[in-house]
Design a protein around this ligand. Structure first.
Ligand code: SAM
Ligand code: FES
Length: 345
């Protein structure tokens, strides 16, 4: 582990060896090393991002996802551009300087509509960063949205195992996912990749692949959380990923890609009441409170028992700020760009 701290990498066999043998004591050591690495790169600040889940309409059919197109029980919604702008206004007044616009793959939101929306947001709030998380689009769309002012893009690779990826994504391909991530990087976005922990059939070898893929891609952001079942999906009876395994992967991601921004995800807070605080102590340094209107929050249900679906935006920020400070960290409301990106020419 100390070698991992020093050289910021291991090979696949070494990762598997480590994962196979983790016990309470070595796990504590791993999390401590990840915390030290995070402090060395980012100090004890935690960046806050305002998350706006603007549409749960999706043409894809990922096996794990509660808003997959085959789920006919979900009540669908789509916020209009003016409603999204209103969320941004509220978020800006609360102090947020990054807005994350996330949705299913909803083609009503054409390139033109999205470009106009992004340009409007940037015109009103020139000092903020816009992060998109709207799935796979073509090069031209990614380019136009970047030119309109989008700064960052979250597109988790979901799993670096080709076998698992193909089994879980009947409407998508492993190659295209990777190709999209490379396209986003080439265009100039700060790019976020990431994966789920505890997917049905996932092995330590698969998780080693995830870390090595991240090392190679060198993303600006890394989203990691447990797989959590949703009752209206084919994976409804599968066991959830565990808190411990998810914390281990967050810690390893911090040690493999030290200058990345790593959120303590909502899924971490769902799997355990203090999951997000524990993630912050294991190397995470971002939290994404929800800014979506209360009326739509319960409809953006990716998995069972999702937290924070009933709190006002202001309440959400206050609650998370208290939790962050209580865990020994300091909230930073700035744009919080990744060190990787800031140091690039
Ligand atoms: N459509 C966009 C995309 O594909 O990137 C963004 C929305 S998608 C719902 C956001 C993330 O939710 C996915 O990347 C996936 O990792 C996560 N997610 C979906 N269903 C989940 C589940 N059942 N358990 C845990 N995470 C889940
Ligand atoms: Fe499209 Fe989950 S299947 S967002």
């Amino acid at each position: 582990m100390d070698r991992l701290y020093a050289q910021e990498s291991l090979d696949s066999d070494e990762i598997v060896y480590l994962l196979d043998r983790l016990d309470e004591e070595s796990r504590r050591r791993l999390h401590t090393l990840a915390h030290q690495k995070r402090v060395a790169y980012y100090g004890t600040v935690v960046y806050l991002r305002g998350l706006i889940e603007f549409s749960n309409i999706c043409k894809q059919n990922c096996m794990y996802c509660g808003i997959r197109s085959a789920n006919k029980t979900v009540s669908r919604y789509r916020l209009q551009p003016d409603e999204i702008l209103e969320c941004c206004r509220e978020g800006y007044d609360l102090g947020y300087r990054t807005f994350v616009l996330q949705s299913g793959e909803d083609d009503w939101y054409t390139t033109d509509k999205l470009a106009r929306l992004i340009a409007d947001i940037k015109r009103r709030y020139p000092d903020i960063a816009v992060t998109l998380s709207i799935g796979e689009r073509d090069d031209e769309t990614y380019t136009r949205l970047f030119e309109a002012g989008a700064d960052r893009y979250l597109l988790r690779h979901e799993t670096a195992s080709r076998r698992l990826y193909q089994a879980l994504h009947p409407t998508m391909t492993f190659e295209n996912r990777r190709d999209r991530l490379l396209a986003l990087k080439t265009i100039g976005y700060q790019v976020g990749a990431g994966f789920m922990v505890g997917l049905p059939g996932q092995t330590h070898e698969d998780l080693a692949e995830d870390l090595l893929y991240l090392k190679e891609l060198n993303p600006d952001m890394i989203g990691i959380g447990p797989f959590l079942p949703h009752q209206a999906t084919p994976l409804k009876d599968e066991p959830a990923g565990t808190l411990e395994a998810s914390l281990d992967m967050i810690a390893l991601a911090r040690l493999f890609v030290p200058n990345a921004l790593i959120p303590a995800t909502t899924a971490m807070g769902t799997v355990h009441p203090y999951g997000r605080e524990l993630a912050l102590k294991a190397g995470a340094n971002v939290v994404m409170p929800n800014l979506s209107p209360l009326s739509v929050r319960p409809k953006y249900t990716l998995y069972n028992n999702k937290i924070c679906t009933g709190d006002e935006s202001a309440q959400c920020r206050f609650c998370l700020e208290q939790r962050i400070e209580g865990a020994g960290f300091h909230v930073d409301m700035g744009r919080g760009d990744s060190l990787n990106w800031l140091s690039s020419p």
